[in-house]
Design a protein around this ligand. Structure first.
Ligand code: BEZ
Length: 405
């Protein structure tokens, strides 16, 4: 699996510096004291993402986006060619630490990129903190990854779960909704999405009259939709994504709730699935850091390149993968591909301003994007951007991250 790469020299130096910086004592003492020549051979990227199950489409879009960024950089990062090791994490938290450990220690990747599911992310963060591997999160919004569990080697190019829904609660309250029911999967992402929405909705005078939960990835919504019909709230807030979101939207319509009780959510509810749901999502309003019709030259160029390369329209997941590639490119450019220069790579990534299709964004002190959130409305096959709901949002606040270096 190592191909022609310089057999792990840069990575060893990177891990050694990480151990010193991050306290990974287990690695201390076993590393060569003199770093070998840097900059030769290939950079090995580990992609640990879901390629099967409810979130499979999300994993593919992230992979496509990342590879497009590398392709646009001439197939090289920091002047070095790139090779990939891939693992399907199946959105299965129980296998997460084991899978991450294998890709880092057996496949000897230089950089670990992943994942989508917040429960799996917890296992990856654990391995990233223990080994010091440079780690980029291209989706999973697990709040702790960039607050309580933040670390110098862990970066995110997507969002924190509650960051995507805090703007939605405010929008709903401003529309005059007084009562709402929330419905989602019971795992870290669902819990944090509801918490962010509830925070701003209650601040705006609204009340969440009932929280409805299903185990992930269950899609048996019928009984809960019947309960919503009998509760008659002013509005419903939902977090589902991928295949689960498509099924929820169709069931909401089939239950006769569409058009009767307005449906809102974080944008994952309607991103990447509109072709699969016919008109079931028409009129649904969501908040997210990407949408259709952003109408900048940067976004247009990205969408064209993505469509040309993959014969598909990009979605938010593709953008997050693309930005992970841009971020890593910025880090490796600063050291001319010398993956061993950990401090310099981290410094460059911390100060990078990412010229993203979503709009420019910067890193918070906890290494989470500080970015604008759009209010979007489904019109036909598009998540049409209506307005900017919140600008440069840092939430939960990066001040919760106490980074030890
Ligand atoms: C999460 O588990 O963090 C997540 C999954 C899909 C979309 C958004 C967040």
């Amino acid at each position: 699996m190592n191909g022609e790469r310089n057999p792990g020299a840069g990575r060893r130096k990177f891990l050694q510096e990480s151990a010193a910086l991050g306290g990974a004592a287990a690695l201390a003492g076993i590393m060569p004291s003199i770093a070998l020549a840097q900059g030769a051979g290939k950079i090995k990227i580990g992609l640990m993402l879901p390629y099967t199950g409810t979130y499979a489409q999300l994993g593919v879009a992230i992979t496509n986006g990342f590879k497009l960024a590398v392709q646009e950089a001439g197939g090289k990062l920091g002047g070095r060619e790139v090779e990939y090791a891939t693992v399907d994490d199946e959105s299965e938290p129980a296998k997460a630490a084991d899978n991450a450990n294998k890709i880092v220690n057996r496949d000897k990747v230089d950089v670990l990129v992943g994942t989508v599911h917040s429960g799996v992310q917890m296992g990856m963060v654990k391995i990233a903190r223990e080994t010091g591997i440079l780690h980029i999160i291209p989706n999973a919004g697990l709040g702790a990854a960039t607050t309580q569990l933040c670390a110098p080697n862990i970066f995110r190019t997507s969002f924190a779960n509650a960051q995507t829904t805090y703007p939605m609660g405010q929008v709903m309250a401003k529309k005059g909704h007084k009562t709402a029911v929330s419905i989602t999967w019971r795992y870290a992402a669902g819990e944090e999405m509801v918490a962010g929405f509830k925070d701003s909705f209650t601040k705006g005078g609204g009340k969440v009259v009932k929280e409805l939960w299903l185990p992930f990835p269950n899609v048996e919504f019928q009984a809960l939709l019947t309960e919503i019909a009998s509760l008659k709230p002013d509005a419903v807030f939902a977090f589902f994504a991928g295949g689960g979101a498509a099924k929820f939207l169709k069931d909401y319509q089939a239950a006769g709730l569409k058009g009767k009780i307005p449906l809102y959510g974080s944008g994952f509810l309607t991103d990447g699935i509109l072709e699969a749901v016919g008109n079931a999502a028409d009129g649904v309003e969501t908040t997210l850091h990407y949408g259709d019709g952003i109408d900048t030259a940067r976004d247009k160029a990205f969408r064209l390149a993505y469509a040309k390369t993959y014969k598909l329209n990009p979605d938010v997941y593709a953008v997050q993968g693309y930005d992970a590639g841009l971020l890593l490119a910025a880090g490796l450019k600063a050291v001319k591909g010398d993956i061993g220069k950990k401090k310099e790579i981290i410094a460059a990534m911390e100060k990078a301003q990412i010229d993203s299709p979503r709009g420019k964004w910067t890193m918070s002190k906890g290494h989470n994007p500080v970015q604008d959130f759009y209010l979007r409305k489904v019109v036909g096959q598009e998540n049409k951007v209506v307005s900017v709901a919140m600008k440069a949002l840092d939430y939960p606040p990066a001040a919760l991250c106490k980074m030890s270096r």
